[in-house]
Structures are given as structure tokens and as C-alpha cells.
Design a protein around this ligand. Structure first.
Ligand code: 5RP
Length: 216
């Protein structure tokens, strides 16, 4: 199966998790774009969506799906988002599209996080995909040095400004043996906004190439 077909099937499958009358948390990326297409076919059943990025907000609005403010909605029943890598315990690397901060906020606010991927995103150990870290601009060098001290190779994603006005460091060559501990540690560095590790709050459900993956 092609990667694009895997993404489309997973996006379509996730629409089955949407309950009538609810507000849906919506992630960002090419897999999520397929989910938004499927959601649009059921748009009259839902109250609206909370969006994780300006990109997804545009897509949702193009489809006529109301975009709501998380501060007004309170906790959500469902969040659907893609990932760059997913380990056997549903822990993720996210942020390839630069939307990690709002994605993590919505994941935390949601009772169920359904992660939609194609098979190429499955790994045994996280870290082959460079780990995105959103930093406030003035802290770029400081955070970069702190990461280098911990064995990572940070590269500034030059030219990218996040929806929150911040910058991104991509950390290469990190085999992430203990994602929960690393997420906790990196979160302590001043100037770090969000780590693209979703380990403390992993996905609850993972759909791979349109098929529900058994939880370990
Ligand atoms: C954006 C993300 C995306 O979910 C991740 O990059 C996967 O994207 P795609 O579905 O296009 O492969 O974390 O910040």
C-alpha cells in the first residue's frame, strides 16, 4: 500500500470515532487533511472542531466546519492527529509540521487521543525522525547547548516561525530509550515551549493504514 493510501484510510477510519453532537479536536498534517475530508461529510452531526493550527483552521473553514476556542469548549471527548513516529507503547514524536504546542494542549484536554498513521511511522524506538522542540527565539542557543550536552544534535529550522511566534530546533541522532524521562527533563530547560515527544500523554488508540492497532 502507498503511504498516501495508508494516510487516507487512517483518516477515514478515525471519522468513525466521532460521536454526534460533540466537538472534535483536530490535529495537523497530510493525514489529518484526509480526516478533515471525512469529517466534512458528517459536519451536520457535530457542533464543531477545535483546531491545532492555522493550517487546519483554514481547511476546516473551507469545509464549513465551525472552529471553536478551547477556552470556551472545556474538555473534549476526542482528539484526532497524525504523528511522525509511533512506538509500540503509543508514544509519539510529533511536530514535523511545526504545530506541536497546540497539538499537545489539545491532546491533554481530550479524553481520547486517536493517532492516525501509515505503516512507515511505526518504530521500535523513537528518535530516527529528528525530534522537534519549540523554543522562544531568544533561547535558541541556550536550549541548543543544553541539548548538545545531553547528546543530541540540534539544528535550527531556519525560516520557520510557529503559529505562536516561536522557533523550532530539530534534534538529530537521538535514540530515545526512555521517552517519558527525556520529555520531563527537556521540559525543565528555560525557553523550551514544547517538546515534540508525546510520551507522558501518549495516544490512546492508534490506527495504522486504516486498521485499529492492538494496544500493548
Ligand atoms: C504536525 C504533526 C503531524 O501530525 C506529523 O508531522 C505527521 O504529519 P503527516 O500526517 O503529514 O505525515 O505532528 O505538527
Amino acid at each position: 500500500m502507498s503511504q498516501a493510501d495508508g494516510k487516507r484510510l487512517s483518516g477515514e477510519k478515525a471519522a468513525e470515532y466521532v460521536q454526534p453532537g460533540t466537538i472534535v479536536g483536530v490535529g495537523t498534517g497530510s493525514t489529518v487533511a484526509f480526516f478533515i475530508d471525512a469529517l466534512a461529510r458528517r459536519k451536520h452531526e457535530i457542533e464543531g472542531a477545535v483546531s491545532s493550527s492555522e493550517q487546519s483552521t483554514r481547511l476546516l473553514k473551507q469545509h464549513g466546519i465551525p472552529v471553536l476556542d478551547l477556552n470556551a469548549t472545556g474538555p473534549l471527548d476526542l482528539y484526532v492527529d497524525g504523528a511522525d513516529e509511533c512506538d509500540p507503547h503509543n508514544r509519539l514524536i510529533k511536530g514535523g509540521g511545526g504545530a506541536l504546542t497546540r497539538e499537545k494542549v489539545i491532546a491533554e484536554a481530550s479524553r481520547q487521543f486517536v493517532c492516525i498513521i501509515d505503516a512507515s511511522k511505526q518504530v521500535d524506538v523513537l528518535g530516527k525522525f529528528p525530534l522537534p522542540i519549540e523554543v522562544i527565539p531568544m533561547a535558541r542557543s541556550l536550549v541548543g547547548r543544553a541539548i548538545a550536552e545531553r547528546g543530541g544534535q540540534p539544528v535550527w529550522r531556519e525560516g520557520t516561525v510557529t503559529d505562536n511566534g516561536n522557533w523550532i530546533l530539530d534534534v538529530f541522532n537521538w535514540r530515545i530509550a526512555d521517552p517519558v524521562a527525556l520529555e520531563r527533563d527537556l521540559n525543565q530547560i528555560p525557553g523550551v515551549v514544547t517538546i515534540g515527544l508525546f510520551a507522558a500523554r501518549p495516544a490512546d488508540t492508534v490506527i495504522v493504514d486504516g486498521t485499529l492497532r492492538a494496544n500493548r
